[in-house]
Design a protein. Structure first.
Length: 231
C-alpha cells in the first residue's frame, strides 16, 4: 500500500433484480491515523453505481511484524445524489469494536476462517476463509500468477459469499460471488492501477481531511474520541 497508489475495478451488480454498472476506486494516501494505539494507513474508497457516487469511505489498515494486514475500521458516507443519508462507522477500540485480518501473511487452504473485524454498533461482522491458492487469473490490467482467492461472508447470511482474488504485489484483481441467495451478484475486475502525481495525491488528501472533518461533526461521541490524521 504505497501512498499515491490508485486501483479501479469495474463491472456490474444487481439492484432489486436490475443489472447496473458498478465501479470501485481505492486510493492509498500518505496520511496516517492512530486507532486503538496503532498507527494505521488511511485509504479512500469510492463506490459508483451507474456512474454516480454511492458511497465514500475512509478505511484504516496496518501490517504487523509478521506480515499480516489488519483492518481497523471505516467511516462511510452514503449518498442519495449529493446528500449524505447515512454515515455508518466502526473503529477498533470503540463501542466494543475489534480489528480483524484483511490478509494473512501466509494464506493457505485448510486454515480456519477468521474475522475481518467486529463492529457491533453497525452490525459489521464479516469473516473470511482462504478458498484457493496458486491461481492464474487474467483481467484487463494483465495476467497474474500465485493469485489467492478469499471467500468472504457475513455470519448472519451464511448462504451469501463474495469471492475476492488478490495478486502478489498488486492487491485485489477480481470480485465474484458464490451462492444462490447472493442477490447483488457483484462481479468486478481490475481495470487500472497507477501512481498519482504529487499534486493529485495532495488533492485527494484534502478530500480525506474534509471527510474526516464531517466525521467529527456527525459522530462526536465516537469519531470525536480519536486523534486527527497526520501526514
Amino acid at each position: 500500500m504505497v501512498p499515491g497508489t490508485r486501483l479501479r475495478w469495474e463491472g456490474h451488480a444487481y439492484d432489486d433484480g436490475e443489472k447496473v454498472s458498478r465501479a470501485i476506486e481505492s486510493t492509498v494516501t500518505g496520511l496516517t491515523k492512530e486507532i486503538a494505539g496503532v498507527e494505521t494507513v488511511v485509504a479512500l474508497d469510492r463506490d459508483f453505481t451507474e456512474g454516480k457516487a454511492e458511497e465514500v469511505e475512509l478505511t484504516f489498515y496496518a501490517q504487523d511484524d509478521l506480515g499480516t494486514v489488519w483492518y481497523f475500521g471505516e467511516y462511510s458516507e452514503e449518498y442519495d445524489d449529493a446528500e449524505i443519508v447515512k454515515s455508518p462507522l466502526w473503529l477498533a477500540g470503540l463501542q466494543g469494536a475489534r480489528a480483524g485480518v484483511m490478509m494473512q501473511a501466509a494464506p493457505g487452504t485448510g486454515q480456519p476462517d477468521y474475522a475481518e473485524g467486529w463492529g457491533p454498533a453497525v452490525g459489521w461482522n464479516d469473516r473470511a476463509k482462504v478458498d484457493q491458492v496458486d491461481v492464474r487469473d487474467c483481467v484487463r490490467t494483465g495476467c497474474y500468477d500465485d493469485v489467492v482467492v478469499i471467500a468472504e461472508f457475513n455470519v448472519d447470511e451464511p448462504a451469501r459469499t463474495q469471492l475476492k482474488s488478490f495478486a502478489p504485489g498488486v492487491g485485489g484483481i477480481r470480485t465474484g460471488y458464490r451462492g444462490a441467495q447472493e442477490t447483488e451478484r457483484e462481479q468486478l475486475q481490475l481495470v487500472a492501477r497507477h501512481r498519482l502525481t504529487a499534486a493529485t495525491l495532495k488533492d485527494v488528501e484534502e478530500d480525506v481531511r474534509d471527510e474526516e472533518g464531517r466525521a467529527y461533526q456527525r459522530s462526536p461521541r465516537v469519531y470525536g474520541k480519536t486523534a486527527r490524521m497526520k501526514s
